[in-house]
Design a protein around this ligand. Structure first.
Ligand SMILES: Cc1cc2nc3c(=O)[nH]c(=O)nc-3n(C[C@H](O)[C@H](O)[C@H](O)COP(=O)(O)O)c2cc1C
Length: 306
């Protein structure tokens, strides 16, 4: 498949692995890129030398493009960008802050940048700043979500109508059905986070993966007001009486996988957790979706076009 997103990302598929703090590092990002999608290293809170190491690791596994995600509000944002430039990363994604802060440096380096948004207002600003595309995060997504509570189904078509740059849909996509739905709304790509937690190679804690697989349809809850975070509901979240209080996700990071448990840890997750019933290999996720998408489009063609 070729479209504006595969051109920007230089990938086989217009499918993006969502960056996940302390979880998606060099190895996982490289495996996704090797399978045809766009793998991303989450730079959030990673010390500079660790980020360098993870980029090197990714490069030793694949020569396909791997991205680096830089949350703009984090103190390490500028340093992460400098390292990404120095190490020859071709595309970065920015999130949680204004792309204006980093765009000059990104463009001077000749890189592409895709910015994460959750509203038409934010997306128009990002387009004005000069980003190449946006990733639109709907309210059902895992991790940080928009204050406006707009769902993927409502957000994508509004963005597609308002913008000239292409839109990648994030939030609520777990398989080919979500992929086709997003494309029907006008998206030119899809980003998935939660689905990738429940993969064999994902370095998240085993209890986190199992909690996702066990999750019923009402498994998630949103905590925080200024920077809302969608997480799995558990004993820890049930004890939080003020759900407007800001929280950050817990110790699910690689080095601390043995710490904590499914009752006492804050685990970011999207509503799509309820549809995830098995662990897959990272390399299977995107190719399988693309195959299934062909079957769905044939069925839809038979239904609508005959
Ligand atoms: C555990 C977890 C951690 C995340 N960490 C980040 C992050 O560091 N930076 C970021 O831009 N998005 C982060 N996200 C959001 C994902 O990149 C992705 O946009 C989102 O998961 C898509 O929605 P889905 O969960 O329905 O697939 C995180 C999501 C999860 C589930």
């Amino acid at each position: 498949m070729k479209n504006r997103i595969t051109e920007i990302l230089k990938t086989t598929y217009p499918l993006v692995q969502g960056p996940m703090r302390f979880i998606t590092l060099g190895e996982m990002a490289a495996m996704v890129s090797k399978s045809g999608g766009f793998g991303q290293i989450a730079a959030s809170s990673l010390p500079g030398d660790r980020l360098r190491l993870e980029i090197e690791k990714a490069k030793s596994i694949t020569d396909r493009p791997v991205g680096v995600n830089i949350p703009v509000y984090r103190p390490n944002a500028e340093e992460a960008l400098e390292i990404a430039i120095e190490m020859g990363i071709q595309t970065v994604t920015t999130s949680a802050g204004s792309p204006f802060k980093l765009i000059d440096k990104i463009k001077e380096a000749g890189m592409k940048v895709v910015h994460k948004v959750s509203s038409v207002r934010m997306a128009l600003k990002a387009q004005d700043a000069g980003v190449d595309a946006v990733i639109a995060t709907g309210y059902e997504a895992g991790g940080h979500i928009g204050q406006d509570e707009t769902t993927t189904l409502c957000l994508i078509p509004q963005l597609v109508d308002a913008l000239e740059i292409p839109v990648v849909a994030a939030g609520g996509v777990g398989d080919a059905r979500g992929l086709i739905a997003a494309f029907a709304l006008g998206a030119e790509g899809v980003e998935m986070g939660t689905r990738f937690v429940a993969t064999h190679e994902c370095p998240a804690a085993g209890y986190f993966k199992q909690a996702l697989i066990n999750a019923p349809e009402n498994a998630t809850v949103v905590l925080g007001k200024k920077m809302p975070l969608r997480v799995l509901r558990n004993q820890k979240t049930d004890k939080i009486t003020d759900r407007t209080r800001e929280v950050s996700s817990g110790k699910t990071e690689v080095e601390d996988v043995q710490e904590g448990d499914a009752d006492s840890t804050i685990m970011s997750s999207g509503q799509i957790a309820a549809m995830i019933k098995d662990r897959k290999a990272v390399s299977e996720v995107f190719p399988e979706m693309m195959n299934d998408a062909v079957r769905i489009t044939t069925r839809l063609h038979d239904l609508f076009a005959k």
